[in-house]
Design a protein. Structure first.
Length: 277
């Protein structure tokens, strides 16, 4: 693990992206202390341009709400949704992939057909359908994105488990008298998890994009600011006040790029370790 961390530290782009992502996380978590302005309350003249007023450095929107406060609140919404959806998707995917790969036979075939049934539908369309049916609450958005994201880690873990179950250390554990569930949890699962780590980072990036797209279409929680909703709100004044859409769009793009770079760095750092193993 220390070798993998050293490899990651040498990847300058991934390390810089990780630092940028850490700043986003810190800003989102400490928004109330860093910029104690209500993101939903009108605080100044409408459509105040950036740098026109030191009290509102990024300007205001059409209702006079502080844009910096709304960007920080939108970061909290996007990261909360992405983290929750990715956690749920990885937990479900790992559990199903481990069970399918360890059980084999008819159980494996049945679960893989279920995975394929979910993968037939594009992730965004599945999330869109679920949110449209069950409502645009934050919890629904998280579960909808998780439902669209769990098949990928399930297939990956199932493939790793199917390969590892023939390894010598697994056979030795069986000979030592361990039951198959114990072997799967204690011996196979820890060795099947490393490739899931970079996939989880990519899932976070995809979840941020899906949440932004849903918010852009008006299918996000109306009680929470969202970058996608801010981009959509700025369309009506795109010519006269382009910053209303440009700033949240830049924040969304920078966050997704940072997460993708971190995921690529993790994949490159873990690949030599797995090859050596």
């Amino acid at each position: 693990m220390s070798t993998a961390l050293l490899r990651f530290a040498r990847a300058r782009a991934a390390l810089a992206a990780l630092l940028l992502l850490a700043l986003f996380l810190l800003a989102a978590a400490a928004a109330a202390w860093l910029w104690p302005i209500d993101p939903d309350a009108p605080v100044a003249a409408a459509l105040l341009p950036p740098l026109a007023d030191p009290a509102h450095p990024l300007g205001t929107d059409r209702l006079g709400r502080d844009l910096l406060a709304r960007l920080l609140a939108g970061a909290r919404t996007s990261l909360l949704v992405a983290t929750g959806a990715t956690t749920a998707a990885v937990l479900v995917g790992v559990a199903i992939g481990l069970f399918a790969g360890a059980a084999g036979g008819l159980v494996d075939e049945s679960l893989m057909r279920l995975v394929e049934a979910f993968q037939i539908v594009p992730g965004f369309l599945l999330a869109l359908a679920l949110v449209s049916v069950f409502g645009a609450r934050l919890e629904t958005v998280v579960l909808a994105i998780a439902a669209a994201s769990w098949p990928a880690p399930a297939r990956l873990v199932r493939a790793e488990v199917a390969k590892l179950r023939r390894a010598e250390f697994v056979q030795a554990a069986r000979v030592a008298g361990l039951r198959w569930p114990e072997v799967a949890l204690r011996e196979i699962l820890p060795n099947a998890l490393p490739p899931v780590v970079p996939m989880a980072a990519l899932t976070v990036a995809a979840a941020i994009l899906i949440e932004g797209a849903l918010a852009f279409l008006g299918l996000s929680d109306p009680n929470r600011p969202s970058w996608g909703a801010m981009i959509a709100e700025g369309r009506a004044v795109l010519v006269s006040a382009p910053w209303l859409s440009l700033l949240p769009g830049m924040a969304l793009a920078a966050t997704v790029l940072a997460v993708n770079l971190v995921g690529e760095g993790l994949a490159e750092a873990l690949a030599p370790r797995r090859a050596a193993a």
